[in-house]
Design a protein around this ligand. Structure first.
Ligand SMILES: Cc1cc2nc3c(=O)[nH]c(=O)nc-3n(C[C@H](O)[C@H](O)[C@H](O)COP(=O)(O)OP(=O)(O)OC[C@H]3O[C@@H](n4cnc5c(N)ncnc54)[C@H](O)[C@@H]3O)c2cc1C
Length: 403
């Protein structure tokens, strides 16, 4: 059996679902291919612009109760080095925001996106794996594990860091492993978090506690691969105790909830985020270490932008996968992806460096942020603002024609 649509989206992770919903919102005829999503115990701190897009797409009401506001962010230098930075605290109220972000478990976010996707009459969803992808001059063809074939003017690769869509499009990727592993846990604790996240900067990477609703937090613990292997093997009590020590008992006693995640870290960027008939979104286009909650927020902006550019083309009756469309998408995403990747990579490297002058520079930088209000406020705004934001991120449906 063969079916066709204007756009085929491969990948049912958060960026794939968001892309499909945004395209449906722009009235683009779309088929979403959802494989078997792996279980994911991570959480995402959704920046205000991402939350706005989810509100516009009517997803937010499905998950708002499961999200906790992140009103205060604390950075604590826990390196034990000669040059140690002072503790710095950022408050969302200082820049007139209700919160920097809303932290939600990925399983709740995915369920909310899927619930809304199921309600979209113009969106077709196929539960299968994409087995073979062929990119032609006039269309892209996807052969599925259930024997069906899909044909579309444009293929959106939302199929994660090992993207088959990227390979089929002949797009190369530059990748540098950072020799760090991120462990993810969700915890209950005996002291309240007061909607504050705390990022302990250690010599192997950040150890970040982010509030969840109630007396719970998510934890991303970045360590050397060997330490990760040891920690992941501990039983719940031993692990709770060790993590509590690493958190200096800030939130009291920890109870580690079932479900543990382990992610070898890398900085990877596709050389282009589009090619003829193909656009890449999310981790198919860029993978960042988990610092400053940038990765998925960046992916959601890809999703909103591809829907905006394709929606505009579709309204004029143009070919959704034409070179002009894919080139426009790539050009509009280039600066955002490049600046976030460089910033996150530099921040991560500044933690790992043994070079004393660089350690000193980092300490002076954090000292200046602590003392100089305008500088601190400028950095806070840069972290949450999305200067290259697509219309959805500004609360405008993709059907709006103006910028
Ligand atoms: C420890 C950690 C913490 C993080 N915390 C944050 C945070 O706080 N804030 C933030 O913004 N980002 C965060 N990130 C980044 C964020 O988790 C990722 O950017 C995001 O999960 C990527 O989503 P995605 O949809 O692009 O890819 P994925 O989640 O990998 O989804 C890809 C999907 O494609 C499917 N697929 C693959 N191949 C096929 C195929 N052939 N056919 C059909 N389907 C296929 C897979 O099954 C999967 O469901 C974090 C990352 C890590 C490692």
């Amino acid at each position: 059996m063969e079916r066709s649509a204007q756009v085929i989206v491969v990948g049912g992770g958060p960026t794939g679902l968001m892309t499909a919903l945004a395209l449906a919102n722009a009235r683009v005829d779309t088929i979403l291919v959802r494989g078997n999503p792996p279980s994911d115990n991570r959480t995402t701190a959704l920046l205000a612009s991402s939350k706005t897009a989810l509100e516009t797409l009517r997803v937010w009401p499905h998950c708002r109760a499961q999200a906790a506001p992140l009103e205060v962010m604390r950075i604590v230098d826990d390196t034990g080095r000669l040059w140690r930075a002072p503790e710095v605290e950022f408050s969302a109220f200082e820049i007139g925001l209700e919160a920097f972000a809303w932290n939600i478990e990925n399983r709740h976010l995915l369920a909310a996106l899927a619930a809304q996707a199921a309600e979209e009459p113009t969106l077709r969803i196929v539960f299968a794996q994409a087995l073979r992808i062929e990119i032609g001059e006039t269309d892209a063809v996807v052969a599925l594990s259930d024997g069906e074939t899909l044909r579309g003017q444009l293929l959106v690769g939302a199929d994660g860091h090992n993207s088959a869509c990227r390979v089929a499009a002949g797009i190369e990727v530059t990748s540098r492993p950072t020799r760090q592993t991120a462990l993810t846990f969700n915890l209950a604790h005996t002291r309240p978090h007061h909607n504050a996240s705390t990022e302990f900067h250690t010599e192997r990477g950040p150890f970040t506690l982010v509030p969840l609703p109630g007396q719970r937090s998510s934890l991303v613990c970045v360590v050397a691969p060997r330490t990760a292997d040891r920690l992941i093997g501990l039983d719940a009590d031993e692990l709770g105790l060790e993590l509590e020590m690493r958190a200096h008992s800030l939130l009291g006693k920890f109870t580690v909830e079932p479900g543990r995640g382990m992610f070898p870290l890398a900085v990877s960027t596709a050389k282009r985020c589009a090619a003829h008939r193909v656009a890449l979104v999310g981790e198919a286009a860029h993978v960042l270490p988990p610092i400053g909650a940038q990765g998925l927020n960046l992916g959601l902006r890809d999703a909103a932008m591809v829907a905006q550019v394709v929606g505009d083309a579709a309204r004029t009756g143009a070919d959704c996968g034409a070179r002009a469309v894919t080139q426009q998408y790539a050009q509009r995403r280039r600066a955002d992806i490049a600046t976030r990747t460089v910033a996150v990579d530099l921040l991560n490297r500044s933690l790992l460096t043994d070079f004393l002058p660089l350690q000193a520079l980092r300490g002076v930088g954090l000292y200046a942020l602590d003392r100089i209000g305008p500088l601190r406020r400028a950095l806070m705004r840069a972290g949450v603002d999305a200067p290259f934001a697509p219309r959805l991120m500004r609360g405008l449906g993709t059907e709006h024609r103006f910028r």
